[in-house]
Design a protein around this ligand. Structure first.
Ligand code: SF4
Length: 111
């Protein structure tokens, strides 16, 4: 009778290699998802209604007196991209990608 058991060390190495690959695959998937989304156009009617801008340093201070320079999409609660992403999905604008350095009036600090 043949023994078909794999050595325990081989099984553990395979399992660890599989676990190590999960964050890489997750990052690829997230990057692909963001890359597949079209950029939100600041001229879009909904974007305009929320005062969305591509660059938080360009926010009209008179029209948005509560805006602070450190507020940007990448540290907003609604931003679903990774911290290092240049752009990513936003809950407020489904199907679109917002700039990580962008801003709108709905900005709320990410916890
Ligand atoms: S809700 Fe937040 S992430 Fe979305 S556009 Fe506004 S500031 Fe950016």
């Amino acid at each position: 009778m043949q023994d078909n058991k794999l050595p325990r060390r081989t099984v553990l190495k395979g399992a660890l290699a599989g676990l190590a690959a999960i964050p890489v695959v997750a990052a690829w998937t997230r990057a692909d998802a963001a890359a597949a989304l079209p950029n939100l156009d600041p001229a879009d009617e909904q974007a305009k209604s929320f005062g969305y801008v591509l660059d938080t340093s360009k926010v009209d201070a008179k029209a948005n007196p509560t805006h602070k320079p450190e507020q940007k999409c990448s540290n907003c609660l609604q931003f679903k991209g990774a911290a290092a992403d240049a752009s990513g999905p936003c809950v407020l604008f489904p199907g679109k990608s917002v700039e990580a350095n962008g801003w709108c009036k709905v900005w709320a600090k990410k916890a």
